[in-house]
Structure formats: C-alpha cells, structure tokens
Write a protein that binds this ligand. Structure first.
Ligand code: IMP
Length: 501
C-alpha cells in the first residue's frame, strides 16, 4: 500500500516569523549575511562562502556572464546555464574570470579613416562618447589614438572630416600598461586629470579602458565575492549526460563551483556524475546536486559526496511540473525536512552540507523564511530575470516595460538533459512556460534593498547572523483568514505598484 503523509505540505506564504527580543545592538548594519556555499568539516572553514545568501538560477533567461559579474559584485554567485554548447558556456565562465573589476573591454571602437558622421552615428547607437581609434577598429587592435566628445565640434566641422584629423594621437595620450593595478591606473587618472585611461600591452595593442567613474563604483561594493587572485567567483550548471566533456572544459575556463542541474536529483544519474568528478578531481572540484524534497533524497546525495544540496520540486514560478506530472512538495515543508536531515547528518559525521532552497521565492520575506527554516542560501530565477543585467530582451508590453523569462523545461529552452530520465534524449513534453516579468531596474539596487529587508527582519528575531536566525527563529503556520489580514485590507490602495515585493 502506498505511503501517506499525515500532514499536507506547505508553502512559504503559509508561515510567519514571530518576533523575538531585539537588543539595541541588533541593528541591520550589524547583521552579517555570510553563508557557506560548499560543505566543510566541523571546526573548519568552507572552501567557498558567500557574502549574501543568494545565487541565480541555472537558466538561459537568468544566468550569463553579465549576470554573474553583477551578482558577484554584491556578494552572491551565478550558476551559468548549461543548456548551451560546452564551448559557449566555458566562454561565458572565462569572461567572468577574465573580467577585471574596473577594467572594461571597449565596445565602441573606430578606425582613423572613418568620418565624423560615422562617429556620431556610433555615439547615438551606443551612448558611449569614449572611442579608442585602433588600426583595425577592434577592441584589441593597435591603439592609434582616442576620440571623445571634446575632440570634435559638430557645428563647425564637416561630417566628412576623417577621424585621423581630429583624434588625440597616440603620442599625446597617457596610457597604462598590462601589469598596472587598478590603483596604479587611478593614480594616473588623478595625476593627469583624465576621465579615462587606455591600457595597452607591449605591442601597443589596446586591452582595456579604465574610467574615473568606475573607481568610485568599485569602492561601493564592499561585499564583492572574489577568489584568491581577486577574480569574481562564478558557478556553472552541468548535466548528467555530457559531464566527461563539459566538466573539464568548465574547470579549464576557471569555474569555481559546479551544480548538477536536474528537475529531480534522487537518481543514479547524479550518483554517477559525482562519482566521475571525484574519481577524476578528488575533492578539489566542488559540485552541488539536486533537487530533492525529503530526508531520503538528502541522505542519498550526501552519501554520493555532493558539496551542497538543492531543495525544491515544482515550486518555480515558470514551473508546471506539478501540473504535468503530479510530483513535488510544498517548498517550506521540503526545506524544513531537508534542513533537519542536514543537521542530523552533521551530528553523525561532523560534515556540514549547505542546503539551497530553489524556486518559489515570490516576496523578499520568503528568503528570510527559507533561511529561518534552515536553508543556507536560496536560488532565484524570476527574481533575477527582472533586472537590467539578465540576458533577455526588455520589451514594452501594454505600456509597461517587461523582460522575458522562460523555464528550462519549456519548448523555448528545450533543456532535455534536465528532464529526460534516460533513453529519449529529447524534451518529450513541456514542464515549464515562456513568460514576461515586470522590468525592475538594476540588480544592485534590488539586491541591496532585499538584503536590507532580510537584515531588518533578522533584527526583529534578535539574530545577527544566519546560524543565529536558524536557532532563534520561531515560526507559525497561519490560517487562510490571517493571510488576508496580512495584506493591506479594507482601504482603497492608491498605488499598488509600490507593493510588488
Ligand atoms: P523561480 O525563482 O520561482 O522563478 O524558480 C526558479 C527555479 O525553477 C530554477 O532554479 C529551477 O529549479 C526551476 N525551473 C527552471 N526552469 C523550469 C521549468 O521549465 N520547469 C520547472 N522548473 C523549472
């Protein structure tokens, strides 16, 4: 006879935190959101920890190199999507690792024989007024000069004037060199009152531009997540099919951590994938696994050697797995049970395996609930897809700016490796939808606000760190009527748009 659970499974929206005592020391600026990303032994430090408990989902419409840089700047980690060729995924990872904070690869480049009219067209198209002049017009060509808006006067010059006639030629430029640090470059910028500084190699080929304004931004990112060589930390998704080719390419490109991306992780496929990685790389390569929703699933992946374990089936905003297959579990219940299993495993073995609550975060407070229930960090798709930095198109629909967001199991992504259980090698039916989400601005401003809300709720619970929150949190299930009471009610709300999160 089938097994029946005594209790229904619950979602985050069915819970509330009951505040505890907050001392006067308990203020948001004193709260640390630092959290482990990979497993560690009792008394030791994890090989990778994050400064905020947020990672971006392994999805085409969420995590590319641009997202990864933006999130690492704020202290989290992106997992670059694996539903693309090994070469292009590895190239994205390499771009993150080669991204030098404050050093920008120029994207508006011109040649000396271009005309002023073409320069003006380029400025209108890119919005950038700093244009290196290179021999071949590429970002890494031989640098011959620079053009900025100070070099031409549209009203007095013929549109036919050649760049070579009005550019600042190379011999009049102040330049930095490959080995210069950001701080060296900024000294040059200040000394010579420059707005930007081209950096060249020993053959006078352009490498980067350093902008005066970026130095200030760099200083504004106290949480940025860097490896020991001061490069941004980045993750990458893998699947249980082509790991023998994909994993070496990603490691070669510099990925700091991998994660098996699958809709269901309690499977022999994951065991084989982790075993292959351990046989080839030992514990050096970090790999997360999932997704699971119960104690057995957790124990299985823990014993397979996973470095972190993802929790959640069917709760994603674009997910229709529960409708198409009838499998899944309320996200809150899944996190609570897996967190218990993680603590029990820690007791028994002295090994702490971080768990990640993946999918179904709608409001910022859901993140705090997930952490209070025992998650070490959360994975978000919809949340990040709304930002300027996500890889998808920004469109105007019915007078509102939106961004596109589609599931990995949708016909659009066709990530069959994530769903197929062997044999078919194709996406046999859809488990995700293609959608729009409201455009929400930049990652930085949103993540900063979200983290501030988390910290302030933690203060209400008297907690200055995530482990302290997990110890002190008191949670209550709420009745359907008290959920109604929780929103604005019995008033005519003037501006609903300000209450999105
Ligand atoms: P969200 O943050 O609620 O949008 O959920 C994102 C999560 O949904 C991802 O991290 C995946 O675990 C999951 N997911 C991504 N694509 C699909 C899909 O097509 N079907 C079901 N789940 C998906």
């Amino acid at each position: 006879m089938a097994f029946y659970y005594d209790q229904p499974s619950h979602t985050f929206s069915e819970y509330l935190l009951v505040p505890g005592y907050s001392s006067s020391e308990c203020i948001p600026s004193a709260v640390s959101l630092r959290t482990p990303l990979v497993k560690y032994k009792k008394g030791e430090e994890p090989a990778i920890a994050m400064n905020i408990p947020m990672v971006s989902a392994i999805m085409q419409s969420v995590s590319d190199d641009k997202m990864a840089v933006a999130l690492a700047k704020e202290g989290g980690v992106s997992f670059i999507y694996g539903s693309q060729s090994i070469e292009s995924q590895a190239a994205m990872v390499a771009r993150v690792k080669n991204h030098k904070a404050g050093f920008v690869v120029s994207d508006s480049n011109i040649t000396p024989d271009m005309k002023l009219s073409q320069v003006l067209e380029l400025v209108a198209r890119t919005g950038h007024s700093t244009m290196p002049v290179t021999e071949d017009g590429t970002a890494n060509g031989r640098l011959l000069g620079m053009v900025t808006s100070r070099d031409y006067r549209v009203s007095r010059m013929s549109p036919e004037t050649l760049v070579s006639e009005f550019m600042t030629p190379f011999d009049k430029l102040i330049v930095g060199h490959e080995q210069d640090t950001l701080s060296d470059c900024n000294d040059l910028i200040w000394e010579h009152k420059l707005n930007q500084l081209p950096i060249i190699d020993e053959n006078q080929h352009l490498l980067y531009l350093v902008f005066r304004k970026d130095y200030a931004t760099h200083k504004e990112n106290p949480d940025e997540l860097l490896d020991s060589s001061k490069r941004y930390i980045v993750g990458a998704g893998i699947n249980t099919r082509d790991y023998a080719q994909r994993v070496p390419a990603l490691i070669e490109a510099g990925a700091d951590v991998l994660c098996i991306d699958s809709s269901e992780g309690f499977s022999e496929w994951q065991k084989r994938t982790i075993a292959w990685i351990r046989a080839r790389y030992g514990d050096e390569v970090k790999v997360g696994a999932g997704n699971v929703v119960d104690r057995e699933g957790f124990r299985f992946l823990a014993e397979c050697g996973a470095d972190f374990i993802k929790v959640g089936i069917g709760g994603g905003s674009i997910c229709i797995t529960r409708e198409t297959k009838g499998i899944g579990r309320g996200q809150a219940t899944a996190v609570i049970e897996v967190a218990k299993a993680r603590d029990e495993y820690f007791e028994q073995t002295g090994i702490y395996i971080p768990i990640c609550s993946d999918g179904g975060i709608v409001y910022d407070y859901h993140i705090t609930l997930a952490l209070a229930m025992g998650a070490d960090f959360v994975m978000l798709g919809r949340y990040f897809s709304r930002f300027e930095e996500s890889p998808t198109a920004k469109l105007m629909v019915n007078g509102t700016y939106v961004k596109e967001y589609w599931g990995e199991g949708s016909n659009r992504a066709r990530n069959w490796q994530r769903y197929d259980l062997g044999g078919a090698q194709k996406l046999s039916f859809e488990e995700g939808v293609d959608s729009y989400v409201p455009y929400a601005g930049t990652l930085k401003e949103n993540v900063n606000l979200t983290c501030y809300k988390i910290k302030s709720t933690m203060c209400n619970c008297g907690a200055l760190s995530i482990p302290e929150l997990q110890q002190k949190a008191r949670l209550t299930l709420v009745s359907a009527t008290s959920i109604v009471e929780g929103g604005a009610h019995d008033v005519i709300v003037k501006d609903k748009s300000s209450r999105n999160n």
